[in-house]
Write a protein that binds this ligand. Structure first.
Ligand SMILES: *Cc1c(COP(=O)(O)O)cnc(C)c1O
Length: 385
C-alpha cells in the first residue's frame, strides 16, 4: 500500500531526546522548547522563533497581535487564498476581521495581480501560503504589500526547508510573521506543533506572553531563579490563550531537524522523476515550483480531467492519492465569496495530490506515473481554465 503522505521518524534519536525529558522530569514549556527555538533560528536565519502547539495557533496569534499593535478595527480586511487548509482562513474571522479572497496563480499561490484588484481602503494584511513549499510570487507580493502599507503574514506550514539561493523566504524583508507547522505529516513532523517567527522583536515579546495566558514571564523567569519562592508573583498583561509548545514535541523536532535537508532533497529527486514522466501529456497539468531545486515539496499535485476517476484507478492498485485542498469558498463559512476566484475553482475540481513521501522510491514513482497516464488516456480533454 502506498499512502499520499507518510512521515518518517528517526525513532532512536527521537526516543533519546524524549528520554532526556522524562529523566529530567521536564516535559512542558522551556528546556527542549528553548533548545529547538535556537536550533530553528540557526537553521532558518529567523531572528525570532516561538515554539507553539500548532501552526493554527500561530496564524491566529499573528493577526491577534497585529490587530492590537497596529490598531486594526473589527471588519478590517485581510486578503487571503481560497486554496489552503482551513486554518489559514479561520484565523481571520476569529479575530473579527473579514477574509477577502483573491485568486491563485499557476503555482497555486496567491496571484499578486488579483490581490491588487482586491485591495480596498479597509485592507490591512495579506495571508500568503507557500503552497506545497513553493514560494510562488512572494517577492512580488512583498513589494505590493509595501506599496500599499499592508502587513504580510506567511503561512509557511509547507515550507520547512524551502530556500531561495540558500535563504529561507520567511526571513525576507517585508515578511512580518512566518508561521511553520510540524504537524504529523508535514516535512518536519512531530505530532502537533508549530513555530511563529516575527520579524520585529516587540511582536515576539508580546507573543511569548499571549501564548501563555498573557502571563508576564519575565517576572516568572526571574522568580524561578530564586528556587521558585516567588513563582506566584507574576502579572497578567493580556487575555491570552494556552498555545505554547511542549518539550516532548520539541524533542522530536530536535531529532528530526538534522535530516530535513537530505529528506527534502530526496523529495525533489522523486518530483523530478514525476515531472519527466508526466510533463508531455496534454491532459496533465503539473503544478510547478519556481526555484524547484530548493523547494521543500511538501506535496506534489497535478491537474487532470477527471480527478475522482484517477483517485479510484490508483486506489484499485492500493495507491492512495489525495486532494489538497478544496476551494475554501465551497465551504458554508466562506460561501459569501464563492464565484470570485475562478482559477481556484478550476484547480479545486481538477487537482490531485500524488504520493510523495520518504517511504517510496523511483520505481514507485514510475508505477504511479504509468497508472496516471493510462487512466488519463481514457478521460476527456482537460477543460479550459
Ligand atoms: C497543516 C496546515 C496548517 C495547520 O497546521 P497545524 O500545525 O496542524 O495547525 C495551516 N496551513 C496549511 C497550509 C497547512 O497545510
Amino acid at each position: 500500500m502506498i499512502q499520499v503522505l507518510k512521515p518518517k521518524f528517526h525513532v532512536e534519536e527521537c526516543l533519546e531526546q524524549i528520554r532526556d525529558c522524562l529523566e529530567k522530569g521536564w516535559t512542558g514549556m522551556g528546556y527542549k522548547t528553548v533548545e529547538f527555538e535556537n536550533a530553528w533560528k540557526a537553521y532558518t536565519g529567523h531572528r525570532n522563533a516561538l515554539f507553539l502547539n500548532s501552526n493554527t495557533a500561530g496564524l491566529y496569534m499573528a493577526l491577534q497581535i497585529m490587530k492590537m499593535e497596529y490598531g486594526w478595527q473589527d471588519g478590517d480586511e485581510v486578503i487571503t487564498t481560497p486554496i489552503t487548509f482551513i486554518s489559514t482562513n479561520h484565523a481571520i474571522p476569529k479575530n473579527g476581521l473579514k477574509a477577502c479572497f483573491a485568486d491563485v496563480d499557476e503555482y497555486l499561490c496567491l496571484d499578486p495581480e488579483d490581490v491588487e484588484r482586491k485591495i480596498s481602503d479597509r485592507t490591512r494584511a495579506v495571508m500568503f501560503v507557500g503552497y506545497g513549499g513553493r514560494v510562488g510570487q512572494l517577492e512580488k507580493m512583498i513589494r505590493l504589500c509595501q506599496e500599499h502599507g499592508l502587513k504580510l503574514i506567511l503561512d509557511a506550514a509547507h515550507m520547512s526547508g524551502t530556500k531561495v539561493n540558500g535563504v529561507c523566504p520567511g526571513t525576507w524583508d517585508g515578511v512580518e510573521a512566518a508561521v511553520y507547522s510540524y504537524q504529523a505529516v508535514k516535512n518536519l513532523a512531530t505530532a502537533d506543533s508549530g513555530m511563529i517567527c516575527f520579524a520585529r522583536d516587540e511582536l515576539d515579546a508580546i507573543a511569548r506572553k499571549i501564548s501563555w495566558l498573557g502571563i508576564n514571564k519575565d517576572t516568572y523567569a526571574r522568580s524561578d531563579m530564586k528556587q521558585g519562592t516567588y513563582k506566584w508573583n507574576y502579572d497578567v498583561e493580556y487575555i491570552g490563550q494556552k498555545d505554547n509548545g511542549n518539550s516532548i514535541m520539541a524533542a522530536i523536532a530536535l531529532a528530526q531537524l538534522p535530516y530535513l535537508d537530505e529528506e527534502n532533497e530526496y523529495r525533489r529527486k522523486l518530483v523530478r522523476r514525476y515531472d519527466e514522466l508526466l510533463k508531455d501529456d496534454p491532459k496533465i497539468r503539473i503544478v510547478y515550483a519556481p526555484y524547484a531545486d530548493e523547494c521543500s515539496y511538501h506535496i506534489y499535485e497535478i491537474a487532470v480531467p477527471d480527478r475522482e476517476a484517477l483517485l479510484s484507478a490508483l486506489a484499485a492498485q492500493e495507491i492512495f492519492g489525495g486532494v489538497h485542498y478544496r476551494d475554501n469558498t465551497e465551504y458554508r463559512m466562506y460561501a459569501y465569496a464563492h464565484g470570485m476566484t475562478p482559477k481556484a475553482h478550476w484547480y479545486s475540481d481538477h487537482i490531485i495530490t500524488l504520493p510523495l513521501n520518504l517511504w517510496i522510491d523511483l520505481d514507485d514513482v514510475e508505477r504511479i506515473a504509468d497508472i496516471v497516464k493510462q487512466e488519463v488516456q481514457r478521460q476527456g480533454e482537460l477543460p479550459e481554465m
